[in-house]
Design a protein around this ligand. Structure first.
Ligand SMILES: *Cc1c(COP(=O)(O)O)cnc(C)c1O
Length: 717
């Protein structure tokens, strides 16, 4: 077996370096800090918050940065606190035991390499934007929990994704914050010679060089490529600067690095994947590098590209997440080859043959080029991310399979799921461990186990819900004051935010990417009806959040309109726009809301996952029957709005908005405020139990990863 230089040794050195700064009794904190497993191990976060909660928040909840900047006296205090040391020992032994389990091979040939443009592992690692990244992060964590042989591969964006700041008119402005790799739990991978492992990919007219970083996500390793190197030009260094950069040139360079560079990096580290799982089309160029490697090993005449891809087809699986053709990025052939031409020539691949494989109609010469057609053609399996999305994807990609009817298009689905230990609030976890029995989290996919939620007494369930709502209200109050001051509002208005929200009112949340199809503004469709719902002795309050892509002026206008309507309504402390929606706020938001809204224009929502996170916490979904909800809703576990489509979008908005108001007025509010003599909403709680029972076992990443194993990875054609 060839020796692996996969960064294991480099992580050990980084841990030793950090450990030397710590008093001896705290040494375990060093390796714990370099493995994100702490973030989903019970008691893990408390190891840091117990030393200094405030500083840990200021450090972005990044334990390496936190420990490096902690005053000596705080460390010494913890090192002599017996209770603290007992907790540390308990968490450390638990993590050690988890990491010591033997791995299970997923494919006989080698590990699964999971390639994705973004990973949301933790808020302190800013290489994600939204749903796609959350899915990828949850997938890695679940693979670790199931001890599967998986590695992740992505890019280390130094400035990550945008931060959002609204001005007083409601117009979005963006800023970026540069990460300091020296204080992140990421470690540069070095080779046998002790030098950093580097890969080269020709992009534009010269070689782009990248180094490789290793991140431990439990037992799973995530490798991230980055071009911040002195041998690169400023343009080349910019390639891994920001996620979802607007420029096509930069994006193509990023995807060349992810796909081609990714395969080369794994190779350089001695890792030979049995399967490449391409999560969305961005890494599809990986197939070309694998084809080129095959060609170099064959003797005799070189097969053409189609043949080479066919030889390797069994090594690729593709998951598509985008239900609209326009959402699958495409490029003019000029752009495409200006950036990638060198690489493609160097790999000995014919440009015209490649262009044909990236078009829906392979015989066209003017259709723009895209990665999804290539990914579908080079993979043995393509899947969508919910049952309905599977149908939509079959219809959408049918032209690639000219001789088939839609039903026969070979695109299946695996519905998304969420990593329960990441997304369930400590309050809910604590409640469930009292009633679901020991080790319940290891049986997250077991419907029988979840039936025990029926045994949770009303009072305990309601107390937990109220606690989560209160926690959210407190977070909103603190943030809204700062948000308002930062956008230059009057101090009076800003400070009135401290009285914003009432912890006893029906609280609804609506946080999504600000893309027009998500219809964040649908709530404001009829301001009089909305006002009646809110301004009532049995009232309601709304939290809205979401970022628009910097170039999406249409979405920014939607946000601006919401701001001005909200001002007109003059109930500013009842409808709050929370800025900068990301993984820092998402957990409290999904847990604290009583109702989680989703109002996409069907059938554009491929899956959606935030509603699953809400359900795990006993929040109830009210959603259009699209994406995951069209299979999750069973009549008793939340509320649904018709998911059929109308040709006229305005008519559709009118219909759906009225359905929303009707449900809120006639069902949701009366049920929430119907209380027994102890003030408990008994019917509401039975709906929560129905939601937990039916949704928790189905929409956890435990079920999702098992599905990938059984139906996608192991499935033989
Ligand atoms: C879960 C999550 C998402 C995905 O939400 P959708 O329901 O797919 O819209 C996006 N952003 C953050 C920060 C999340 O936590």
């Amino acid at each position: 077996m060839t020796k692996r230089f996969d960064g294991t040794r480099d992580v050990r050195r980084a841990v030793e370096r950090l450990a030397r700064r710590l008093p001896e009794p705290l040494e375990d904190l060093a390796w714990i800090s370099y493995n994100y497993l702490w973030s989903w191990t019970p008691g893990g976060a408390e190891l840091f918050t117990a030393i200094d909660d405030h500083r840990f928040t200021l450090a972005g909840e990044n334990p390496v940065r936190f420990l490096l900047n902690l005053p000596e006296r705080d460390l010494l205090r913890a090192a002599t606190d017996q209770d603290y040391l007992t907790s540390l020992d308990r968490v450390a032994r638990r993590m050690e035991a988890d990491l010591a389990r033997p791995s299970t091979r997923v494919t006989a040939a080698g590990p699964v390499a999971f390639l994705c443009a973004e990973f949301a592992v933790h808020q302190s690692l800013p290489v994600y934007s939204g749903g796609l990244g959350v899915l990828a992060g949850d997938y890695l964590k679940e693979s670790s929990d199931q001890a599967l042989d998986v590695v992740g591969l992505g890019l280390l964006y130094r400035r990550g994704y945008l931060h959002q700041r609204m001005d007083r008119s409601g117009w979005q402005h963006e800023y970026w914050v540069e990460a300091n790799t020296g204080q992140l739990p990421v470690v540069r991978v070095r080779g046998a010679d002790g030098q950093p492992v580097k890969v080269k990919v020709p992009v534009w007219d010269s070689e782009l060089t990248a180094q490789v970083w290793r991140v431990n996500v439990g037992r799973t390793t995530l490798f991230l490529l980055d071009t911040e190197l002195k041998e690169n030009t400023p343009l080349q260094r910019w390639v891994t600067s920001r996620l979802y950069e607007g420029s096509h040139d930069i994006r193509l360079a990023q995807y060349a690095l992810l796909g081609i560079g990714g395969v080369r990096a794994l190779d350089a580290m001695g890792i030979a994947p049995g399967l490449f799982h391409m999560n969305e089309g961005h890494p599809a160029l990986a197939s070309l590098e694998v084809a080129a490697q095959t060609a170099s090993q064959l003797t005799g005449e070189r097969p053409d590209l189609t043949r080479l891809l066919a030889i390797n087809q069994d090594r690729f699986a593709f998951t598509t997440h985008t239900p609209v053709p326009a959402g699958n990025e495409t490029y003019s052939s000029q752009e495409f080859f200006r950036v990638l031409g060198h690489s493609i020539d160097e790999m000995g691949i014919d440009r015209d043959q490649l262009a044909a494989l990236t078009r829906i109609d392979a015989t066209s010469s003017d259709e723009p080029l895209g990665f999804s057609p290539l990914a579908i053609r080079c993979s043995r399996s393509t899947n969508g991310v919910s049952r309905r999305h599977g149908e939509v994807a079959r219809e959408m990609w049918r032209p690639l399979f000219s001789d088939r009817s839609t039903a026969d298009v070979p695109i299946s689905y695996v519905t998304n799921g969420v990593h329960l230990p990441t997304w369930m609030s400590p309050t809910m976890r604590e409640l469930l461990s009292r009633f679901l029995g020991h080790d319940w989290e290891r049986h997250a996919h077991d419907a029988n186990m979840w039936s025990h939620v029926d045994e949770i007494p009303d009072i305990d369930l309601w107390d937990a819900r109220c606690k989560m709502r209160l926690h959210l209200v407190e977070m909103v109050r603190a943030r809204i004051v700062v948000d308002r001051l930062a956008r230059g509002e009057d101090v009076d208005l800003a400070v009135s935010g401290l009285d914003a929200f009432d912890p006893t009112l029906l609280t609804l949340g609506f946080a999504r990417r600000l893309a027009t199809y998500k219809r964040l503004d649908l709530l404001f469709h009829n301001i009089d009806r909305l006002r009646d719902i809110i301004d009532h002795e049995l009232g309601a309050q709304f939290i809205i959040a979401g970022k628009a892509h910097p170039l999406d002026n249409e979405a920014k206008t939607v946000a601006q309109n919401m701001f001005s309507v909200n001002r007109q309504m003059d109930l500013l402390n009842r409808v709050i726009f929370l800025e900068d929606y990301d993984m820092r706020v998402a957990p409290s938001l999904v847990a604290g809301c009583d109702v989680w809204l989703n109002l996409p224009r069907p059938p554009m929502e491929a899956s959606g996952t935030s509603g699953m996170k809400a359900a795990m916490n006993g929040s109830l979904n009210l959603s259009v029957l699209d994406g995951w909800w069209s299979e999750g809703y069973n009549g008793q576990n939340g509320w649904a709005i018709d998911g059929s489509t109308l040709d006229d979008p305005r008519e559709q908005d009118e219909r759906d908005a009225n359905a929303l108001y009707d449900l809120l007025e006639n069902e949701v509010k009366p049920m929430f405020f119907a209380r027994d003599s102890n003030g408990i909403p008994v019917v509401w709680l039975s709906r929560i139990r129905a939601s937990l029972r039916s949704l928790a076992p189905m929409y956890s990443s435990a079920r999702m990863v098992e599905d990938y194993n059984e139906r996608i990875y192991r499935h033989q054609h």
